[in-house]
Design a protein around this ligand. Sequence first.
Ligand code: ASP
Length: 450
Amino acid sequence: MNERRTLVVTVAGVVLFATLLALGQKGLAWASAIAALTLLCLTTPLSLSLQIGLGALLGVIAGLFPESGVEEIRIVGRIFIAMLKMLIVPMILFSITAGIAEMGSVTQLGRVGSRTLGLYFLTMAVAVATGLLIVNLVEPGTDGTLRSTEFFATHAGTGSTSLPDELALGPFLSRTIFQVLNNPFASIAEGRILPVVFFAILLGIGLVQVGDAARPLVDLVRAGYAVVMRIIGWVLKFTPIGIFALLAHLVASVGLEPLIDNLLSFALVVIGGTLFHATVTLPAFAYFLASVGPGELFRGLREALLVALSTSSSVATLPVTTRCVEENLGVRRSVSSFVLPLGATVNMDGTALYEAVAAIFIAHVYGIELSLSAQAVVFFVAMLMATGAPGIPSAGMVTMIVVLESVGLPAEAIGLLIPIDRLLDTIRTMANVEGDAVVALIVSRQTPEG
Ligand code: ASP
């Protein structure tokens, strides 16, 4: 759409909105506003990040005028969340299966594969532990200012409530074992995440082991992955509208000040934890397990980290990461060609940390005190969901829903996180990419050539 048409749609939208509002037709007024914004979103040449920023800004402004009936657009935010939820199962299934199927040969799967997967899970576990430690020390969201508002009061706990027994770690684990060993087709149909993750891993390993005879299925999985990525791209185009609606509803019912206070402390915890992981933990891994000092590591990875920061996508950064580790850090091609593509889809230190911290923060906001075993559930699920998130912008936001629901928190609460998700995505993607590179470095140094 050229600029003139953009202007016409904007002016027509504003005039129609104002007229309908003046006539007291609040519902129609907001419906026309949403229609005009959607049209603009789908046709504007502005970058998605900029549109998301504008959507958030307009949402805050709209929320400041609750008397305009802005509550009516709550349904739009719920539709957006439903669209994200619709994608969770296919996204996890294809992302994990395709990631493992890319491994190439059985030899690689055995020798390099086990070491790589072990390190991936170890670094992610340390990242989540760091996040949980900091979020429990700083306790963002506990001041109760949000809890007392109508938006959160609907689901709020009583302050000292911990999770019901069935969410405690022991029962969770035993239930999980039987859940995981469920008919995969039934699990896919019913949207049960854990069995889907487990089946996707088995399927991926099976595809690698069967080799040539399974080629058609590998191609199918690859094609499925590409198609799901495309559909996610379509849904993400609606993010500005989703953010607009979610934020307008949130600000209208909560007020701006407590929102900013709480989000600021949450963002600082995520940024602090992620930076600690990126500048202390991962360099320590590189130093002790690959004898590469922090100076050399960051000089070698500088370009990849900057590209990750600016694209918010581990997958988009992959070519740069590969070049950096091979040319600057001497990682063997046979290792990087296997470790990095797998890492870009399954290894997400930053995302895992973010998802764990976010779940605890949301629980604080609702006044739910998560017991140690409930936090262990968060620990476990955050790692799994980071694994299931593909390396594209905002993927963590989609799988975040599963982490929240795993401890009984409502999916709608991501409305609180979405406004700052894009900002935090830049930093967590950087940590994700650094984690992949450090593991490739260690595996390359510790696995004999040939
Ligand atoms: N954007 C992240 C990545 O590509 C995934 C996420 O949303 O956390 O690594």
